[in-house]
Design a protein around this ligand. Structure first.
Ligand code: FE2
Length: 172
């Protein structure tokens, strides 16, 4: 969740980049608010990774085939990669400059982040880690709700009758 496609770095940059083209001030503020919160989450995840890895012995690194290649490249420095080892890439986030696209992406992104935290909880048996992960997972659920409200607010400003509502930036 530090540098994966659904992680906190991508989340913060997605929202803090989308905010510029968002035409409605309330929604621009929402993107700024949630994007800033995600930066705080990035710091929390970085701290967890640092605390889990800082005192590893060479023997512990050798006995963990999934971590050894990371160790070769970064020792125990905290570097933004996906769990699979792929370095963070802006191609994993979307900024379309369109109200419907961006808010739909944001709702999906929050669900993907929530599922990723679910998967971590399936694998981790460390109670200290899991307490923090459960807190972050809960925040993703809250963000999904807030983006859902944002879609409703955007819809009020567009066309209420349709499922696919009119986008005034394009459908004139
Ligand atoms: Fe989030």
């Amino acid at each position: 969740m530090y540098g994966g496609p659904d992680g906190e770095l991508g989340a913060s940059l997605r929202y803090l980049s989308q905010r510029y083209a968002m035409p409605y001030p309330e929604l621009k503020a929402l993107l700024t608010d949630i994007g800033t919160e995600e930066l705080g989450h990035l710091e929390m995840i970085g701290a967890i990774i640092h605390q889990l890895t800082r005192n590893l012995t060479d023997e512990e690194v050798r006995s963990c085939p999934a971590f050894a290649p990371y160790f070769v490249d970064h020792t125990t420095g905290v570097y933004p990669t996906a769990a699979s080892g792929f370095p963070w890439n802006a191609a994993s986030i979307g900024v379309k400059g369109d109200v419907i696209c961006d808010l739909s992406e944001d709702m999906a992104a929050e669900q993907k982040a929530r599922v990723t935290y679910d998967n971590i909880l399936r694998l981790s048996d460390d109670p200290d880690v899991n307490d923090v992960i459960r807190f972050l997972r809960e925040r993703e659920v809250v963000h999904f709700q807030r983006f859902g409200e944002a879609v409703r607010l955007a819809k009020e400003k567009m066309d209420q009758k349709n499922v696919y509502f009119t986008n005034p930036a394009f459908d004139r």
